[in-house]
Design a protein around this ligand. Structure first.
Ligand SMILES: C[S@@+](CC[C@H](N)C(=O)[O-])C[C@H]1O[C@@H](n2cnc3c(N)ncnc32)[C@H](O)[C@@H]1O
Length: 211
């Protein structure tokens, strides 16, 4: 059982928010996407951000490998999804939101490649050893002109064992620089607010465009 299955089992899901994330609502329009753009949400949990994206007119495709999270998303929405099996897992289809119950690294969504993606607490949830693979999979599942919004977290790596794992500016440049244009849209110092006793801690929001 992964740490994530264990966390969901024990309801230790402090990352889940009861409102759409301000990083999304404040910055999404800067991507200047047509509402017909389908959006990929890797490692989606049961995030309400997916409803916000759907309300903007997008068709949303989330990927999550814990069944409890997927089921609770539809229960909270009071929607009965249409469930179908795939080789890599299962598809739960709602009106304008499909959730794939699958490992992100193995998923092959029906409508991929997508022209947009939203990463909040996805890359930083993964151990650093999976970062190259994450970017590779993201490129595989998105179109050559895709744009995305990514919310990250940084702190001195030696002070805490993730998740969330610290993602420095150098890490962002190293992993995304060769394939994406990178623009930081927000930097917020969280050192005072965080209760994890980190000497420095910040949140950044990046706009990424495939090049
Ligand atoms: C920190 S949570 C963030 C969830 C969501 N993005 C949000 O903002 O609430 C990370 C999620 O990724 C899921 N996850 C971790 N590794 C995964 C993988 N390889 N494939 C699919 N989901 C994964 C976990 O179960 C967890 O729900």
């Amino acid at each position: 059982m992964s740490i994530w299955h264990q966390r969901w089992d024990e309801n230790r899901i402090g990352f889940h928010r009861s409102l759409a994330n301000p990083a999304l609502t404040d910055h999404w329009s800067k991507l200047q996407l047509d509402s017909s753009a389908q959006v990929l949400v890797p490692l989606c949990g049961k995030s309400l951000d997916m409803h916000w994206l759907a309300q903007q007119g997008h068709f949303v495709n989330g990927v999550e490998f814990v069944e409890k999270a997927v089921k609770e998303f539809f229960e909270d929405w009071s929607k009965e999804p249409l469930k179908t099996s795939r080789e890599f897992g299962e598809k739960f289809a709602g009106k304008n939101i499909n959730l794939y119950l699958a490992d992100f690294f193995k998923v092959e969504p029906d409508d991929a490649p997508f022209s947009a993606w939203y990463d909040r607490a996805a890359l930083v949830a993964l151990p650093p050893s999976l970062r190259t693979q994450y970017v590779e999979q993201l490129r595989k599942l998105t179109t050559a002109d895709a744009k995305g919004l990514m919310v990250t977290f940084d702190y001195p790596k030696e002070e805490m064992q993730g998740p969330p794992f610290a993602l420095s500016d150098e890490d962002v440049e190293h992993h995304f620089g060769p394939f994406f244009e990178i623009e930081r849209l927000q930097f917020t110092d969280l050192t005072e607010e965080e209760d994890r006793e980190l000497s420095r801690c910040s949140l950044s929001v990046f706009m990424l465009k495939r090049i």
